[in-house]
Design a binder for this molecule. Structure first.
Ligand SMILES: CC(C)(COP(=O)(O)OP(=O)(O)OC[C@H]1O[C@@H](n2cnc3c(N)ncnc32)[C@H](O)[C@@H]1OP(=O)(O)O)[C@@H](O)C(=O)NCCC(=O)NCCS
Length: 133
């Protein structure tokens, strides 16, 4: 969060209890190449900054009711308001097929794997069909 230019968190509440959240940020693309990993080919991003849905979680027992879709759409609407940001990323852990399929249905595509297949990189471009605005 400290390295990001802008941060955004939306939460879902059941009375006073937080039952889900989505954290997104806008960051310089260089933030995604470090000693740990190169998350994507920086030269494939023409703009200075990229958007990322970075953390996303709905508490068990609250899933499959559409809450995730609402938080996802709110996050995408926020991410896509920045005129100078065209590329959006989501990083999914190996084996999380449920999340992978969820994001694919929302318009993201698999780009590549990193860290020996441990992480799947999903990508979306503002030029592609936009169902969130
Ligand atoms: C991925 C995750 C955030 C999705 O949240 P969710 O609240 O279950 O998402 P939704 O309910 O909006 O959508 C899930 C499915 O329920 C369906 N659904 C939505 N409302 C529904 C309803 N009223 N009745 C029945 N099904 C419904 C949706 O159509 C969707 O189906 P699909 O996946 O086949 O399209 C949630 O499963 C989760 O927290 N998983 C664990 C953490 C995780 O993997 N996070 C992602 C890390 S990258």
């Amino acid at each position: 969060m400290k390295n990001a230019t802008y941060n955004h968190i939306v939460v879902a509440k059941d009375d006073d209890q937080i039952v889900g959240y989505a954290y997104s940020n806008i960051s310089p693309k260089e933030a995604y190449s470090n000693e740990f990993a190169t998350f994507f080919n920086l030269s494939s991003v023409s703009r200075k900054n990229v958007g990322c849905l970075s953390q996303f979680y709905i508490k068990e027992g609250y899933r499959q009711y559409g809450i995730g879709s609402i938080l996802f759409n709110m996050s995408m609407k926020w991410l896509k308001q920045f005129d100078d940001v065209e590329d959006f990323f989501i990083f999914v852990s190996n084996g999380n097929q449920n999340a992978l399929e969820f994001y694919k249905r929302k318009g993201f595509s698999i780009s590549h794997d990193i860290l020996d297949g441990f992480i799947t990189v999903l990508r979306n471009n503002k030029q592609s069909e936009n169902i969130y605005s």
